[in-house]
Design a protein around this ligand. Sequence first.
Ligand SMILES: [Ca+2]
Ligand SMILES: [Ca+2]
Length: 262
Amino acid sequence: MKKLLSLTILILYLTVTLPSLAEATFEGGVSAQGRGNSSRIVDKKTGAGIDGAKVTLPKERYSTTTDEEGYFELDTAINGTSIMSVQKENYKPFSVTITDRTVSAPIVIGIEKSNGDAMVLDNNMYHLGDNNYSDLSANAGEFRMASIGPFYTKKFQMKNVKFNKPIYLVIGSIIGIDTQMARSIGQNQIANAFASPPEVYFNGNRISEIQINGDGQRIRIPNELIKKNQPNEVTIKTGRNLMQTAYIDYDDIEFMNLFVEN
Ligand SMILES: [Ca+2]
Ligand SMILES: [Ca+2]
């Protein structure tokens, strides 16, 4: 109660950009209204609380739902870095990388109406790799899901694509990447090894590699690769530990919320 006035609320927006959470958050200076310890999901445009939004921490196997005014409480411990997702009908899929520090004070998250321009491909969380990783690697210790192997692939139809507007594949959140670049910005503690970056393929063509961990990574899909009214295929391959030559050691990573934005 006495802390009400001094509470600082971190506002995390959907337009989270690269490369780190520190840059994705800012202090809004908004005073808490009504409920000191509850976080809140609001409409990014109107600021109105959103009821019935599902807030999930897949690795903690935790999920809760906002009340009629958009408030919720995270009743679970967060170990290191974790991905939190918010799902609500007619809103764009949202996910953000958090730590226990991020949520030590109430947070307000603004989510955005989808307006039909976001096509959700997959809102599950996946672990790529071989379940063999150093304790020092990025986000080790927080992996709880078993690997589905070194790559993920998904087929989907693309209807009503507007070719006069850019088309993006968006990866909501990705953690555990141990590239040289990820290491150089402090995303892991490994001194002597690094991995090649995960690669993203669209209909068999390599369209991007992912060098660092973060939220809302947007990858442009070249128009000429898109098949109208036929199945399209997206594939994400994890990298390999480049210092391990005795056997193949895939980089263990996790990602969630894949969608196409047009
Ligand atoms: Ca591995
Ligand atoms: Ca890793």
